[in-house]
Design a protein around this ligand. Structure first.
Ligand code: GLC
Length: 748
């Protein structure tokens, strides 16, 4: 009898073992049929073919350049190809010319829209509208799949509390709760019903703590304790995993000395072990290889081994797995069973996306959905809800009937590329509607355009041309800020003031005595304190995307009412960074002590304040988290809790009346904050635990109730266990993180 090849026996055993191994509940929604298919395919794969699935390649250039690797099954995924004809050719070779015909996972950074670009994610967070953000992710998914993309490297969940960090633009800001709600919404929007060919796999990133880069300098080390990770930075990831996120990306940073791509505690213990994540883990671009630079591995073979030990499934652009895994298995440094597990995670995503049944994109149908009118409308509505009214002395909204001559000026008034913001890979400037164009279409013949500055960093001594035009106008609309390139990856800034001569332009406009309305487009909260006195109103729009122009025009003219709120703290000066609302109290909390200008000349050696602040700028921000004005005003009254004391498994219900005390309809983002006064560790002065958008007619009063399970107040304390610690608490219901009066309650 012919001996049965060991490999065949092993594959039978593997299949039988995997069939009998008790699966944890799936986080990605797998089924026993999917697992049967995964195991059946795995059992037919050679080691080389398994390793090929773990290799992701950036596919710029001609398909022919990759054909050989595709036929050999050396590529599991490609990124950066969005020509649907070429995508189909990549798939055809993989499916029809390789031994096992496994389709590719086609990936792209679809971060805030594909062709129709929405506000940058920091702007999405400013809406405090998860449902709207979910709808936007769905639009992005429909357009992206229309060009063959079935995997996006989004949502980015990195909590960011230092605006020097350029990638603050790409996340949902400083708050864990807001970030969590946005993460869940984008995962739902992208993935929807996975059997639908318009679904794309979400990728939650960058795992973990990347936004805490020391000094706000991208790629820099982070030093987050496990408690800080578990109480602030990890909850959005855990919630996104529970929401069914299919993939996750490890981050570039080393945290407390361990690069995430080799961090078994993060990936194996927390992600896989505690959260039961059974999706796909991919490295960031060459983040495996960068562990050599980190000094965490000797060479590419060493870092490939470390990434495997950490539980990373797919290698983006190091080629570490492709080059060294086979050798590492042969030497016994890596177990083939671990490779099998990684390949299962990859095949599972491909099967759940229906790629085996439907690997190709319908090119014609895919083109028809790009820039669909409802997509553009969704982008515009999101941009309208995203803009934040920071100041208004009454000049806004403008009265369209009274408009005779508007001066439009500033480097961002007609900047179709920069208005799209960072990570707008497939946005096309030709489709952007800028504020200038929107206003010219709205008021033909009544808009004068004099740029004043061609770009944000331009320096000019005089603005005679702009000032002359301003003198002839009724109102000046000036659009300032920063180009898209000045935020985003690797683009950290040490100075957050308006660049170039923008502040001087604003001062020159103010000097004309005409009403000046400033709109700032940026990828982060710039330090604009010195500019506020030189404008009657300021609208802040984190790069608002394709339809930013019509959205801003509608807001300026009152056809839409501002409702955006700051998702990050606005600093008075960059020297205050990092500054965020949910800080700890400290032993010497600041309460408005002496500032530089108040220091007596003969101060001598007396101490001035003995609290935690800056002599020159204090410790209060320019604008707090959750802040934003409307064209109406709101008041909160009758705030009451349903009990004084709650059990740890109880529910806190707060009732209150919200009133529109102004003359226009408007939408308030009601925010509920809680403080745990005493704990086994020091706790933040307050934390956001609920928000909702409420639209009221002028004069309308509405009785509202918000219920928060006491378990939402759990945190990881001194003993490392996440639980609610009984004691005294305070609760605020307000329109921003610095307002309102706390009401007390107890947990027994
Ligand atoms: C980049 C980014 C990551 C992105 C990836 C692929 O370096 O860090 O967010 O998804 O590479 O473009």
């Amino acid at each position: 009898m012919k001996p049965i090849p060991i490999l065949f026996l092993a594959s039978l055993l593997a299949v039988s073992v995997s069939c009998t191994t008790e699966r944890k509940p799936s986080t990605v929604g797998t089924t026993s049929e999917v697992e049967r298919r995964v195991d059946q395919l795995l059992s037919r794969m050679t080691l080389a073919e398994k390793i090929g699935q773990m290799n992701q390649v950036s596919a710029g250039g001609e398909v022919a350049n990759y054909a050989d690797a595709l036929r050999k099954g050396q590529v599991g995924s490609i990124l950066n190809e969005v020509d649907p004809v070429k995508v189909n050719e990549f798939q055809r070779i993989s499916v029809e010319e390789s031994r096992l015909g496994i389709p590719l996972l086609v990936a792209r950074d679809v971060i805030h829209g594909f062709h129709t670009i929405f506000p940058i994610p920091l702007g999405l967070a400013s809406t405090f509208d998860p449902e709207l953000v979910e709808a936007g992710a769905r639009v992005a998914s429909v357009e992206a799949t229309g060009q063959g993309v079935r995997w996006t490297f989004s949502p980015m969940l990195d909590i960011a509390r230092d605006p020097r960090w350029g990638r603050m633009a790409e996340g949902s800001g400083e708050d864990t709760y807001l970030d969590t709600r946005m993460a869940e919404a984008m995962v739902r929007g992208y993935q929807g019903d996975l059997s639908d060919a318009t679904s794309i796999a979400a990728c939650i990133k960058h795992f973990a703590g990347y936004g805490a880069a020391e000094g706000g300098r991208d790629y820099n080390s982070t030093f987050l304790t496990e408690r800080q990770l578990r109480n602030v930075y990890l909850p959005p990831f855990e919630a996104a995993v529970k929401a069914g996120a299919m993939t996750l990306m490890t981050s570039f940073n080393d945290n407390d000395g361990v690069p995430s791509t080799g961090n078994a505690f993060l990936v194996k213990d927390v992600l896989r072990g505690e959260w039961g994540f059974d999706g796909l883990v991919v490295t960031d671009w060459n983040s495996m290889g960068e562990m050599i630079s980190h000094g965490f591995g000797e060479d590419r073979k060493d870092v490939a081994r470390k990434a495997m030990e950490a539980g990373v499934d797919m290698d983006m652009m190091t080629y570490g797995y492709l080059s060294h895994l086979e050798e590492l298995v042969r030497s016994g440094a890596v177990r083939e069973s671990d490779i099998d597990q990684a390949v299962r995670n990859i095949l599972r995503v491909k099967i759940l996306l229906g790629l085996f049944e439907n690997p190709y994109v319908d090119v014609e149908a895919g083109q028809a959905v790009q820039y669909a009118p409802d997509h553009l409308a969704a982008a515009q509505k999101t941009a309208e809800e995203s803009a934040i009214l920071l100041k208004n002395d009454g000049v806004l909204p403008l009265d369209p009937a009274a408009v005779r001559n508007i001066l439009v000026t500033g480097p961002l008034a007609d900047a179709p590329h920069d208005q799209l913001g960072t990570w707008a890979f497939d946005g096309e400037a030709g489709h952007t509607v800028t504020p200038l164009r929107a206003l010219q279409e709205r008021f033909p013949g009544k808009v004068t355009y004099v740029p004043g500055l061609a770009y944000s960093r331009e320096r000019r001594d005089r603005f005679d041309d702009v000032v002359a035009a301003a003198r002839r106008s009724d109102v000046i609309l000036v659009f300032l800020g920063e180009e898209a390139i000045l935020s985003g990856e690797a683009h950290s800034l040490a100075d957050l003031n308006l660049k170039g001569s923008q502040s001087e332009l604003l001062a020159a406009l103010k000097a004309t005595g005409k009403p000046v309305v400033a709109t700032v487009m940026a990828g982060r909260p710039l330090t604009i304190e010195r500019d506020l006195p030189n404008c009657a109103a300021m609208l802040y729009a984190f790069h608002p995307g394709t339809m930013g122009g019509p959205a801003l025009a509608n807001l300026l003219l009152g056809d839409a009412v501002p409702s955006g709120k700051t998702p990050v703290t606005f600093l008075r000066t960059v020297g205050q960074a990092p500054l965020y609302y949910s800080h700890n109290m400290t032993g010497r909390p600041y309460n408005g002590e002496t500032l530089l200008d108040d220091i007596p000349l003969e101060a001598g050696q007396t101490s001035l304040g003995n609290t935690s602040y800056y002599l020159d700028y204090g410790a209060y921000p320019l604008f707090p988290f959750g802040y934003g004005l409307s064209y109406t005003t709101f008041a909160y009254s009758d705030i009451a809790l349903d009990r004084e004391t709650y059990a740890t498994d109880g529910t806190v219900t707060v009732s209150f009346t919200l009133s529109n005390t102004g003359t226009r309809a408007g939408t308030e983002v009601v925010q509920v904050y809680v403080r745990d006064l005493v704990g086994s560790i020091t706790r933040p002065v307050k934390e956001l635990k609920h928000f909702e958008r409420v639209t009221l007619a002028p004069g309308e009063n509405r009785a509202l109730k918000v219920s928060i399970p006491v378990q939402e107040l759990a945190f990881v304390g001194l003993d490392g266990v996440k639980k609610v610690e009984p004691g005294e608490f305070q609760l605020w219901v307000a329109g921003d993180s610095a307002s309102g009066t706390g009401v007390a309650f107890n947990v027994k």
